[in-house]
Every structure is written in structure tokens, then in C-alpha cells.
Design a protein around this ligand. Structure first.
Ligand SMILES: Nc1ncnc2c1ncn2[C@@H]1O[C@H](COP(=O)(O)OP(=O)(O)OP(=O)(O)O)[C@@H](O)[C@H]1O
Length: 953
């Protein structure tokens, strides 16, 4: 209920009730009406009144213009076919049964919703009218009306007429032309647009050779009403008049809407107005004010339609456009600007400002020129504003009021309550003790949110360890489902083994093929793509689900999204992980938001209107924009998402974070597998000369490189899809470097390549090019040719597609990024393929690094990364191969010899070696390196903006 009396309104209503001195135009209208009323009684059956009204309007038209003349334009009296308020007040007041529930509000043409109408008893809309004959639900025709509909088939009010009657003809006449109007360009074409067109149309003879008015109101067709009988239209069924529609024009910001039931003639008129727009939500047509006059005039000529003009625009017919002050109407909405405050985003209204000044928490922001208030005054303000008839201030959406319910309800400002410390005593101590402070806070946040969140920490901040900890907190609810990009399935397996020693390896089920079971483990790890093939296996839903790189779900139409969303809806705990939940636009966040909070914005359109700057085009809605990002950020941070940037927690991070990425053995082809096995067998063969052994080793190394190519490419593409756009990829074999660059070229990813064939001048130039901050690119580098003397500090990630036996070389390569100029913690990813030479190289490298670390030469060690992996060779054959690797790499001068051997096997790999220089140079894309991709340039835009936000208050 409105608590504020509305004196101004009350006065206005009172004035209207008095009727007082009338302006001349109104007096003229009333005089005309009185004349009409004299011809018919005001009481009587409802249908009779409708028929009469039709006749009143059309007889004027006929009398003034004659059957074939073009209408006279603005000089015409205002009442032609348009029932003005005063007319209806008198005509309906005698019939208390004529109000149809639920239609009056629409008929009145006020913008307020039904519940709003009851909120302000003081506010009686001016000239309240009891309307008759308004169809319940205002079933407007959609913008495109089929010919069948237009021809009256299937529409009860049209179809029941017989085609042979003049009435039927008149109904068809404008309908037939509706089709052509669809084809015709709008006003900009300059063809018969606006008023002239409409009037010409209205005056066009019907198929029976008569004007509409002629047919209906010609002297031969109407029997003058006497003795209270309704007038009879000759040649037409009296039922026809029942199809008469009454509606109202309602101001809607700088446009106006027409609230009326379906009428084909009227739709045809609408379609000729240049500014027409059909709102599918309200199912109402709306127009710019410039078309108002044309519409009203055209409607005057429609026998089946009466339209109440805009409130305060009674002199419209004479003056054309309504006078601005009389229609002053402001419309706006509430926007959240901080956790505690909201602002009214609305135009100027004196009354509204006066109301704002009554609010205790009011604050005027001189910069934005907007008023803002504490959330606790939101409901009070909205209630009071509803009493202002010329103001529409939309409240905060329900989702926001629910998310900020505590702030809306509180009576005084309290400091933000800290997230409580979660009891992690049930989680493996190794994991809990390893959490960095910000990671612990992340776990607390997740548990405070009931285990449903989007963890959107920057890349490399340890989302994996946090997710495992959150999931482990709910271990009683396992089995656990972990959905990940296929290239990191085994890395996740390693992470579980590393951080949860209580978990046995056999309890982890990594789904590798479409034939595997999805539910056999306590922890089940599956790729997005396999999930969509296997979800049907699920009899009972998983209660705890982790989704890594959850932005993979951004498109609701994809199979992965369709497979995952139902699972997430049913799960009790949903842990989404993504360093880039939306790469370019807020629309990409929608699926992730509803995955965490299914009740938030159940309709995407509502989300799109508020946050995606939704725009309507001829082909549909465009949701690719962004709007109200500040509010969206607040909402997400309050209820859905936790995001920390690297810069925020840099002090807690090590300078380098190394990560072993176990690339999927399932990706090795049978051919690659066979050649690897043959090479390994060769190495293990006894009685080989040193040279033969080395040859076998080099072959094994080379086969490993070939076998890893698909996994390496998949990993790089996953990184790119995850939003990583500037990173280094080191590889050794030319075949690997070639495969990577070819793929990047194919995918139009900007990249550079430096290998043994690159001249030093080119190296510097490429390096400088890569360093430019606006460049997003991948640097494809040879481990041996580009591990020294180059600076790539504008990137903070290094990927080793291949391992190399000399850890000193690897560390030098790492330091292309981790050097002066680097302000971030650097991520180093080593891709390790099981069942390949990596099985031997990786422990070898670790061992060497450990030694270097003990000697203080290396500032970090690898041991943490592989603690859980099983590199102790029980198989004597494996041990022999390992020994061979060790011996070969540790011998004096082995590096040089090995490199030469490798070069002989794979020309062009090693630094400064002959290779086929010209051939390598031929690999360069023209103009240096980059293959521009316009759409790529926009990719970080959304989060760049996002991260630069500061709290408005
Ligand atoms: N508390 C920690 N103790 C030891 N190592 C950690 C810790 N947190 C993270 N790491 C290590 O840091 C590296 C990066 O972590 P992780 O892969 O989880 O980051 P991320 O946020 O998932 O990054 P991305 O978004 O790139 O996948 C890993 O090697 C991980 O083991």
C-alpha cells in the first residue's frame, strides 16, 4: 500500500470530477457526442452500443469526405472513430456490468501492472472509463501475420462473416494490402509513408467498389435507430459489429504503445507506420511519437476499431503532436552500485526529486548526476514512486533482491560479515597445510556458499588444489565427477594422487574411450566430449561435480553444454573453474551462472536485456553487447563467483610454478605405439655397441616426438580456448615445431617461430615484435636454438612440448620469460607422455635439478610435481633403458654428440646446425610472423574491462 498521500493526484482527480470549464475543443467534442446521444439511448445492450459507436465514427467520415475522396487531414474533427474519454464516460456509466475483469487496467492505458494499481488507492487514473467490448487477453498479432490469419481463417472474429457480404469485403480490403505493406520498405524509402499513405489507404475503394465508410454508413445501409433498437447494417450481419475493438494509446518513454486486442485492419495500419515495433514480450505494438498523428487519423477511418488517445493529448487531432509538458513521463530503473547502495537511473521529474529528498539515505552523485540510496530503502522508495502517475521507476530485478536480501532487510549499516573459517579437519592434512592463504580463503568462500561456486581465479593460481579441497570437504557425498578438457585428464589424476594421499590410485577412474564406464571410481574424470557420449549411463546423479575450464560450457547449444547442464542442475555441489569465464561478452557467463544458481535469471532474455545490452533487429535479438557490468560484477561476487587476480596475490606466489602435464596416452596412435615399442625393444637389446645403443636411444627420442604431436597440439589449442593468448612453446624436433606452426597457421593464431635457421637479426626483430603489449601471440621456439639471449617477459607461461635431457638448458629456456621485466609469477608446463622416452627423461631431469637445487644453482625443484608418480622401474627392461639414458646423457661431451645424432636424424632441429636453412626460412609467413585475426583481437576485452572495475562506492 502506498503510504504517501498523493495530494497532487487527488487534486487532479477532483478537478476532473468537477468537469469544470472545458476547453473549446473538448466542448465541441461533447456537443458532437450529445448530438449522437440524442439519436440513441445511452443504455441498452452492450452490442448495440458498440454498433452505435462504429456508426458514429464512420458517419462522420462519410459525411465529411464522401465515398471516394481523400481525407482532409488535420483539419478533421477529432472524434472520427476515436472514442475519447468523455464520450465513453457518458456512454458506459449506465452499465455496471460492462467492466471485464483484468481488462480495465489495460483499457485505461496506464503502464502500471495490476498489483501496482492496488498499491496506490489515491491515484485514480484520469478520466477513468468503463469500457465495453474489450476482448480479454490483449492477444495482439505478432509482427508477421500469416496470410491465412490475415484473411480471417482461424480468427473467430473474422471468419464468422460470410464472404459475400460487403462487411466481409471491407474486412479483406486492408488485410490484402497488409501483405504488400510487409514487402514495402518503411518510410525511409519515401514511398507512401506515414500519414499520407495511411489516409490514402483508408480512402481506397474496397473490392465492392465502395469506401469502407460508404459500405457501413452510406445512407442506404444504415437504418436510423429509433425506439432504442440497435441500428441495422443492411447487407451485413449485426454480428460483424461485435468484432469492433477498443483500445488505448499509452505513453512509453519517448514512444507510445497501443493496447488493443487483435484486429487485422489495425495490424495492416500498424505495418505502414515507419516507426513500428512489435514487442514480443508484451505482445504490443509501439511507435515513435512522430507516427502518432498518422495512426490516429488512420484509425478514425477503421470501422472496427476505436482507440483512446494518449492521456493529456485530447487536442491531438487538431494540433498534431502532443505538447511535451502535458505528456511529461519519465521512466527508468534501479541499478545496484555497491553491496549496500543502489541508484535511480531515471530522467528528471520534479515530483520524483521531491520524493528522493524524503529518503533518509539519499545521496546525490554530482559526477553521474544520479541519486542513490541504501538498499534497505529500496522497497520503500519503489512503493512511493508508484504513486507518481507520470513516473515509472523499475525496481531491482528479483534475482538481485534475493541475492542481496540481507542488505535489503537490515535496519542499520553493519560491516560486511567475514566468510567463516571452514572446518577442514576431514580433509587430508597434506592438502590443507599446502594451501596458500588466498587459496584457503577460496575454500572457505566455497563452503560458505554450500559448495556451489564459480572459482574464476586468474590462470595459474592453483584452482586445482582449491577444487580438490572443496570436493574433499564433501567427500561423504562422493562419488565425484570431474569434467575437464581431454588434454588434462591425466594431470587431474596426478593432482588427486598428489594432494589426497588417502585416495588409492584404483579409486580414480579416468574415462579414456566412449566404451568406458563413467561411474566405476570414487573419483571419475571425463572429458567434455566423452561426457556427452556417456551421460546416458547415469542412473543416479553425481552429488559433487567439478567442471574445469567451465567457459567450455558458454554456448548452450553445444553437445558438451547440453550434456553437462542437467547433471549440474541435479548435483548438490557444483565447483566451476575458469580463469576466463567470459572472454568477450557477458552472455558467455549465463550458462555458468545458472549452473551455480539455477534460480537466477531463469529466462536468458531478462539477463540479456539487463547485462547484454540486448538489441532487437529485423532478424531477432542481439545479445552480443554488454551493459550494467558493474552491477553484474556485484551480483556475481555476492552469490556466484570468486575471482582473484595474480597481481592481488603475487606476494603469496612463488616466482615460478612448474607443472607436469600428463598428456593422454590414449592419443597415441597404434602406429606410433608400435614404433615406440620397437624403439624401446631395440634399446633394451643386449650386446649392442655404444654407437648402436645411442642410435637406438635417438630413435626412441624421435619416435616420442612424433607420437606426442597430437597431444601437444590438443594442449595448445585448449590453452588458446581457455584464453591464454601469449605464451611460449618450446620443442626440440623440427617435426614437432613444424606441426605446431602449421596448426597455428591453420587456426589463424598469430605466432612467431625461432629455430636453428633463424638469423640473429630476425631473432631480435621477432622478439621485439612479440614483446609489444598489444600483441597476443604464441612463440614457437626451438629448445636448443632459442634458450639463450632472448627476452619474452611479456608472456608469463612457458610450455615444454618436449623434454630435453639437460635441465640446465630447460631452465635457461624457462628464463626467457622469468627475467627482469617480469612482474608476474611464471607458469611452466612440462608435457609428459606416458609410455614414451618421457618416462625416462622426466625422472632424469628431476634428479639433475635436485642436485642443482642442493648446490643452490636452481631456485626451485620439480619433486613436488611428481611425488605421486611411479617412476621406480620394477621392470628390468625399463631399468636398463633408464640406465642407458642416464649414461648417455651424463658422459662427458654427451650433449654435443647427442645433438649431432639428433640433427642427423631430424635435420634443422639443433641450434646453428646446417639443417635445411632455406627450407626453414620458407616456413615463415610473409611479413615476419603474424597472421592477423580480427576476431581474436577482441578476445580479452570483456575481462580487461571487468578487471579494471573499482567499486563505485
Ligand atoms: N598451494 C600450492 N602448493 C604447491 N603447488 C601449488 C599450490 N597451488 C598451486 N600449485 C601449483 O601451481 C601450478 C598451477 O596450479 P593450477 O594448475 O591448479 O592453476 P590453475 O589456476 O588451474 O591454472 P589454469 O587456469 O592455467 O589451469 C600447479 O603446478 C600446482 O600444482
Amino acid at each position: 500500500m502506498c503510504r504517501t498521500p498523493c495530494p497532487r493526484q487527488a487534486r487532479r482527480c477532483h478537478r476532473r470530477a468537477d468537469a469544470g470549464p472545458q476547453p473549446p475543443a473538448r466542448r465541441r467534442r461533447q456537443a458532437r457526442e450529445a448530438g449522437c446521444a440524442g439519436r440513441r439511448p445511452c443504455s441498452g445492450p452492450r452490442r448495440a452500443r458498440r454498433l452505435e459507436r462504429v456508426c458514429v465514427g464512420t458517419s462522420h467520415t462519410m459525411a465529411k469526405q464522401g465515398p471516394h475522396s481523400l481525407p482532409g487531414g488535420s483539419s478533421k474533427p477529432a472524434s472520427h472513430g476515436v472514442v475519447f474519454k468523455q464520450q465513453r464516460t457518458s456512454g458506459s456509466s449506465h452499465n455496471p456490468h460492462s467492466v471485464q475483469p483484468g481488462t480495465l487496467e489495460q483499457a485505461k492505458g496506464t503502464w502500471k501492472r495490476p498489483e501496482e494499481a492496488t498499491a496506490c488507492p489515491h491515484h485514480s487514473p484520469p478520466d477513468q472509463v468503463t469500457l465495453t467490448g474489450i476482448s480479454p487477453p490483449l492477444a495482439q498479432s505478432p509482427p508477421e501475420v500469416s496470410n491465412q490469419q490475415l484473411l480471417g481463417q482461424g480468427h473467430p472474429q473474422v471468419s464468422h462473416g460470410t464472404k459475400s457480404t460487403p462487411f466481409a469485403d471491407t474486412t479483406h480490403e486492408p488485410l490484402a494490402s497488409a501483405k504488400s505493406s510487409q514487402d514495402a520498405p518503411a518510410s525511409s524509402s519515401g514511398q507512401l509513408t506515414g500519414e499520407a499513405h495511411l489516409e490514402a489507404k483508408a480512402a481506397r475503394p474496397s473490392t465492392s467498389g465502395q469506401n469502407i465508410s460508404d459500405v457501413l454508413c452510406g445512407s442506404r445501409s444504415v437504418v436510423p435507430r429509433t425506439e432504442g433498437r440497435p441500428p441495422q447494417t443492411l447487407g451485413a450481419s449485426p454480428h460483424k459489429a461485435v468484432s469492433s475493438r477498443e483500445g488505448v494509446c499509452v505513453r512509453d518513454g519517448d514512444r507510445f504503445q497501443v493496447k488493443i486486442g487483435y484486429n487485422a485492419e489495425l495490424i495492416a495500419v500498424f505495418k505502414r507506420l515507419p516507426s513500428r515495433n512489435f514487442d514480443p514480450d508484451t505482445k504490443l505494438w509501439n511507435f515513435s511519437m512522430s507516427d502518432y498523428s498518422a495512426l490516429m487519423k488512420a484509425v478514425q477511418r477503421l470501422r472496427t476499431v476505436t482507440l483512446r488517445p494518449l492521456e493529456g493529448a485530447s487536442s491531438m487531432a487538431q494540433t498534431g503532436l502532443p505538447s511535451a509538458p502535458s505528456l511529461a513521463f519519465v521512466k527508468g530503473q534501479c541499478m545496484l552500485i555497491s553491496r549496500a547502495r543502489f541508484e535511480a537511473d531515471i530522467g528528471y521529474s520534479q515530483e520524483l526529486i521531491a520524493l528522493f529528498k524524503q529518503m533518509d539515505s539519499r545521496n546525490y552523485d554530482v559526477k553521474t548526476r544520479k541519486w542513490n540510496f541504501l538498499l534497505e530503502e529500496h522497497n520503500k522508495l519503489i512503493e512511493r514512486v508508484r504513486c507518481l502517475p507520470q513516473v515509472q521507476l523499475n525496481p531491482l530485478p528479483k534475482t538481485l533482491t534475493l541475492a542481496f536480501a540481507a542488505q535489503l532487510e537490515k535496519t542499520s549499516l553493519r560491516p560486511t560479515v567475514d566468510v567463516p573459517e571452514a572446518d577442514l579437519s576431514g580433509v587430508d592434512p597434506k592438502l590443507v597445510s599446502s594451501l596458500l592463504p588466498f587459496q584457503r580463503a577460496g575454500v572457505n568462500f566455497a563452503i560458505a556458499k554450500g559448495g556451489r561456486l564459480l572459482l574464476a581465479d586468474d590462470m595459474g593460481l592453483g584452482k586445482t588444489i582449491q577444487a580438490i579441497c572443496i570436493a574433499a570437504f564433501y567427500r561423504k557425498e562422493w562419488p565425484l565427477l570431474v569434467v575437464v578438457p581431454s588434454s588434462v585428464r591425466f594431470t587431474w589424476e596426478q593432482a588427486f594422487l598428489q594432494w589426497l594421499p588417502s585416495l588409492k590410485p584404483e579409486q580414480i577412474n579416468v574415462v579414456v574411450t566412449g566404451k568406458d564406464r563413467l561411474t566405476t571410481g570414487l573419483v571419475n574424470i571425463v572429458s567434455f566430449d566423452l561426457l556427452s557420449k556417456l551421460e546416458k549411463q547415469l542412473k543416479t546423479p553425481f552429488k559433487v561435480v567439478i567442471i574445469d575450464e567451465s567457459h567450455f560450457l558458454k554456448n548452450v547449444k553445444t553437445a558438451r553444454c547440453r550434456a553437462a547442464m542437467p547433471l549440474l542442475k541435479m548435483a548438490k555441489r557444483v565447483i566451476l573453474l575458469s580463469g576466463t569465464p567470459a572472454m568477450s561478452r557477458p552472455a558467455e557467463l549465463y550458462t555458468q551462472i545458472i549452473a551455480v544458481k539455477p534460480t537466477f535469471f531463469p529466462q536468458f532474455h531478462a539477463f540479456g536485456l539487463r547485462y547484454c545490452d540486448a538489441k532487437r533487429h529485423a532478424w531477432g535479438w542481439d545479445y552480443s553487447g554488454s551493459s550494467n557490468l558493474g552491477e553484474l560484477k556485484l551480483l556475481l561476487e555476492e552469490a556466484v563467483m570468486l575471482r582473484r587476480l595474480k597481481a592481488d596475490v603475487l606476494a603469496q606466489l612463488p616466482a615460478k610454478q612448474r607443472k607436469m602435464v600428463v598428456v593422454a596416452p590414449g592419443r597415441l596412435s597404434a602406429k606410433a605405439r608400435a614404433s615406440l615399442d620397437a624403439a624401446a625393444k631395440e634399446m633394451a637389446t643386449k650386446d649392442k655397441s655404444k654407437g648402436q645403443q645411442r642410435e637406438a636411444l635417438i630413435l626412441f627420442f624421435h619416435r616420442t616426438a612424433e607420437a606426442k604431436i597430437p597431444c601437444v597440439i590438443e594442449y595448445i589449442l585448449d590453452l588458446l580456448e581457455s584464453g591464454r593468448e601469449k605464451f611460449l612453446v618450446f620443442a626440440h624436433h623440427k617435426v614437432v615445431l613444424d606441426a605446431i606452426t602449421e596448426e597455428l597457421e591453420r587456426k589463424k593464431v598469430p605466432h612467431i617461430r625461432i629455430d636453428g635457421a633463424t638469423s640473429s637479426a630476425d631473432r631480435d626483430q621477432l622478439c621485439q615484435h612479440f614483446q609489444l603489449p598489444e600483441r597476443h601471440a604464441v612463440a614457437v621456439l626451438s629448445i636448443t636454438a632459442a634458450n639463450m639471449g632472448l627476452t619474452f617477459s611479456s608472456a608469463d607461461l612457458v610450455v615444454f612440448a618436449e623434454l630435453f635431457w639437460n635441465p640446465g638448458v630447460l631452465m635457461q629456456a624457462e628464463d626467457r620469460v622469468h627475467r627482469i621485466g617480469q612482474s608476474s609469477s611464471v607458469g611452466i608446463h612440462y608435457l609428459v607422455a606416458r609410455g614414451t622416452a618421457d618416462d625416462y627423461l622426466w625422472p632424469l631431469i628431476q634428479e639433475k635439478i635436485k642436485v642443482l637445487g642442493e648446490a643452490g644453482v636452481s631456485e626451485a625443484n620439480f619433486s613436488e610435481m611428481t611425488e605421486a608418480t611411479d617412476y621406480i622401474y620394477k621392470d628390468p627392461k625399463q631399468q636398463k633403458i633408464y640406465d642407458l639414458f642416464q649414461k648417455s646423457f651424463e658422459e662427458e661431451g654427451s650433449d654435443k654428440e647427442l645433438l649431432e645424432a639428433v640433427e642427423a636424424f631430424d635435420p634443422g632441429s639443433a641450434s646453428g646446425t646446417s639443417g635445411s636453412g632455406s627450407q626453414d626460412l620458407g616456413d615463415w609467413p610473409d611479413g615476419g610472423t603474424e597472421t592477423g585475426s580480427p576476431e581474436k583481437k577482441r578476445r580479452f576485452e570483456f575481462f580487461d574491462n571487468w578487471d579494471s572495475f573499482t567499486f563505485p562506492l
